[in-house]
Design a protein around this ligand. Structure first.
Ligand code: MN
Ligand code: MN
Length: 469
């Protein structure tokens, strides 16, 4: 009898698929390495909260490693490191490989914009001696999650004379922060009758910014005047300058360890900086010259559908790759693209025991089980997605398997439960082989999201091995 069971066990091992906790697969030394890697990630997450800040960070780190601005009139040789900064909001980094770009390049593409609250072009108003900013939310959010959360303000203001001032307030110790108010439960009865998507309405996302009048002079709008006076002294701006500004309110929280075992990280904007940081570190860490040219793309505007000239639905990546071909010789961009391969690096919804009903347990991704390979995203009947080719998924799986990259498969929720998209389809539309890979996230798109450290580290390892393949 016992022999029968062991036969079955053996056969199961041979034939069945089992996705184990990464800690059961890697050794203690690598676990330690993973936790160490995440210390750098946490600092990055706290320091860089907007696409502009991530882009600037990437350029700074790249320059330290010898990357220089890309010049499409130059000739580059094997081992050269270049970067291209697109309007301060997106970056492409490349390490020129041993093989001609005629053979194609290996791309890791992540996005560096996250859901947030943008200030409206004319944001500042006063109501009953309270000053507020009007906002327009950016990306897909559950609006009720963004009230009563401490906020900071980041961005740029382009002044009348053409000079630009950077704004970053509410992050450093001692700086003031901002907040959106909510109704007290005692008077919330009719609010709770609203449909869930309108518990907090878009026009109710008004940020509290002041309440002191300008001196005790007589007149209206003295609180607003006082705020404008403070802004004018600090930034040299007048009200009109808001029109030529991009100011983003984001959660002021720092990235911190979560759990008694410190196995997870909580913070704002894991989606998709938890893939962007590993994709950046992988290209910076490349030891020696890769066979094929390695390219990391950190793009903007994914959360609003990738449109706009800093999003991947524009031609900037296509042009960069075409330029790589032109710089090497008379190689057509389309020939480079047609032989290129891409890991579209974006997060997936991690299985949440509290909300298990929206996920198909057999096809969901789980924290701590490594980087998730997502063959397709989209909605309904796989609409609006690039369904990766089995051959390419197989190739990526072989790279991961043979290099100790712990990975799992994952679909974004149950069929017809909802859906989503990534940049994969825009890359695929350039005739590049592409599949989504990324880190599973809990509470995705909330002001405070959670990931597991082992998965963050596996993402870096995955991109590195893909570049080295
Ligand atoms: Mn994303
Ligand atoms: Mn997202």
């Amino acid at each position: 009898m016992s022999e029968e069971i062991s036969k079955a066990e053996l056969l199961k091992e041979e034939l069945f698929m089992e996705q184990k906790h990464a800690a059961a697969i890697i050794d203690e030394k690598e676990t330690e390495e993973a936790f160490d890697f995440c210390e750098g990630y946490k600092d990055f997450l706290t320091e860089c909260k907007t696409e502009r800040e991530v882009a600037a960070f990437a350029v700074r780190e790249a320059e330290k490693k010898g990357f220089v601005p890309f010049d499409n009139t130059k000739k580059y040789s094997t081992g050269d490191k270049v970067y291209y900064l697109n309007r301060g909001k997106a970056v492409i980094l490349a390490v020129i490989g041993k093989k001609s770009v005629k053979e194609g390049v290996n791309i890791a593409a992540a996005h560096i914009d996250s859901p947030r609250l943008d200030l409206k072009p004319n944001p500042l108003y006063e109501d009953n001696e309270i000053a507020l900013f009007k906002t327009h939310y950016y990306g897909g959010i559950k609006k009720y999650q963004w009230v009563t959360v401490p906020l900071s303000l980041h961005g740029v203001v382009v002044k009348k004379d053409g000079t630009t001032v950077s704004v970053n307030i509410g992050e450093k110790e001692g700086e003031p922060q901002f907040v959106i108010t909510d109704l007290l439960p005692h008077l919330g009865a009719s609010q709770m009758e609203r449909k869930p998507s309108e518990i907090i309405k878009g026009e109710e996302l008004n940020i509290l910014v002041g309440s002191m009048p300008f001196k005790s002079d007589k007149g209206s709008e003295l609180v607003k005047l006082n705020i404008m006076k403070i802004l004018n002294e600090k930034y040299g701006i007048v009200e009109r300058d808001f029109l030529t500004a991009e100011l983003e309110a984001v959660p002021a929280a720092k990235a911190v360890d979560i759990g008694f075992d410190r196995s997870m990280i909580g913070g704002y904007g894991h989606d998709d900086r938890v893939c962007a940081y590993p994709a950046l570190q992988a290209i910076l860490e490349l030891d020696g010259v890769p066979e094929r040219t390695a390219v990391t793309v950190l793009t903007d505007k994914e959360e609003t559908g990738s449109d706009g000239n800093t999003g991947l639905n524009s031609d900037y990546l296509r042009y960069f790759i075409a330029d790589l071909g032109r710089c090497e010789g008379d190689i057509m961009g389309r020939d480079v693209l047609s032989k290129s391969k891409c890991l579209s690096a974006d997060v997936n919804a991690a299985f949440d025991p509290t909300f298990a009903h929206v996920l198909d347990k057999m096809n969901a991704s789980y924290i701590n089980k490594g980087i998730v390979v997502t063959k397709y995203t989209g909605a309904r009947g796989k609409s609006g997605t690039s369904d990766a080719n089995a051959e390419f998924v197989g190739e990526v799986a072989r790279i991961f398997d043979s290099n100790g990259v712990v990975w799992q498969l994952g679909e974004l929720g149950k069929v017809d439960e909802g859906g989503g998209g990534t940049v994969a389809k825009y890359v695929a539309n350039m005739n590049v082989e592409v599949v989504d890979v990324g880190v599973p996230v809990l509470s995705m798109h909330a002001p405070f999201e959670v990931v597991a450290k082992l998965d963050v580290y596996m993402a870096k390892k995955a991109f590195l091995k893909f570049f080295e393949a």
